[in-house]
Write a protein that binds this ligand. Structure first.
Ligand code: FE
Length: 334
């Protein structure tokens, strides 16, 4: 009888300890933690969060292998999710909720990663020096007209690698290389800083057009720093490729790890992250587009209007990542 009681107590204790999920996140704590708190409140499942740089977390997962305490990896840019998949870090998830909410081109065909939010790589321009009818597609930025007028961050940045990978998917390596070569020739300065710095450079007159992710501009417009608001107000957003395939899109996303010891809790968390409430938070707070089409955009995003998004299957961005990196290096994109 006493033994039975001990077994029951142990089982109860195990259940108690099992009500948690461990997340490795390349998103900053402030951009994800409030959602986890909501999840814990709703489900009683604790979320333990480790944040770090995406590549560092992926390396750590490789080293920890099946002993990793992590259940979920959250990161930005699909190229990194595909890197994780290629390294065999993930397992597939069967979830009707995830499949019904996330459009097919924003999740893995083998159900190993899922997009959680959407962003577009857009153009920002100085309206006193550029009119919007001068702008069109990414391809056109290679034209002579833009000589010494472009700002773009470094080729080590995964957002640019994915844009170039999308170009390779659409135009092939040779045409993309020719384009990138001429694009680099149009740079106003050697690449430096992040996307916000490119916006500031356009505002400061260093260049006339920059390529940036949409949420940086929105974040600057709502910034608590006056210099960021002032700079952001001096530039305008332009949606590229509207007469072609549409603007280049990417995701932040997540995957269930092979090492997951809290699989049920982890899948519940993934499903929560695509729920209406969580998706509304992404739109309002992170200035991203919701992966769930029903959700209304933040007012700044709404002001930018509707746009045509490229529906390229994002798996192709991972497939062409290495070629993109090599090509950018060959054309001298620093
Ligand atoms: Fe970013």
């Amino acid at each position: 009888m006493k033994n039975l009681l001990i077994i029951v107590l142990l089982l109860f204790q195990q259940q108690l300890f099992a009500a948690e999920v461990n997340v490795y996140s390349a998103r900053k704590e402030a951009l994800i933690k409030p959602l986890f708190d909501q999840f814990t409140e709703q489900t009683g499942i604790d979320v333990n969060l480790v944040t770090g740089k995406a590549d560092t977390l992926i390396k750590r997962l490789e080293v920890e292998d099946k002993n990793s305490p992590a259940d979920i990896l959250i990161t930005v840019d699909v190229a990194r999710l595909i890197r994780g998949k290629e390294k065999g870090l993930f397992q597939s998830v069967n979830s009707t909720i995830l499949e019904e909410t996330i459009p097919v081109h924003y999740r893995d065909s083998n159900k190993e990663w899922f997009g959680l939010s959407l962003r577009s790589r857009v153009m920002v321009y100085a309206p006193d020096r550029v009119t919007d009818d001068e702008l069109d597609s990414y391809i056109d930025l290679a034209d002579e007209t833009w000589k010494n007028r472009l700002c773009v961050r470094s080729s080590s940045n995964v957002y640019n690698q994915s844009l170039v990978a999308a170009m390779i998917s659409n135009y092939g390596i040779e045409k993309t290389k020719h384009w990138a070569d001429r694009l680099v020739g149009n740079f106003a300065r050697p690449p430096k800083g992040g996307d916000r710095d490119q916006i500031k450079a356009v505002a400061a007159g260093i260049c006339d057009v920059a390529l940036v992710n949409n949420y940086y501009l929105a974040g600057m417009l709502e910034s608590s720093r006056d210099d960021e608001v002032t700079a952001a107000k001096k530039v305008k957003l332009f949606w590229p490729n509207q007469d072609g395939r549409g603007a280049h899109m990417n995701i932040s996303g997540a995957a269930l790890l092979k090492s997951a010891k809290h699989k049920n809790e982890a899948v519940k968390l993934l499903e929560f992250l695509v729920s209406d409430a969580a998706q509304q938070w992404y739109a309002d707070t992170n200035h991203e587009y919701s992966i769930n089409q029903k959700i209304k955009s933040n007012s700044i995003l709404k002001n930018w209007g509707d746009f045509k998004a490229d529906t390229l299957n994002l798996s192709l961005l991972g497939k062409h990542n290495t070629d993109a990196v090599i090509l950018m290096d060959q054309v001298g994109w620093k």
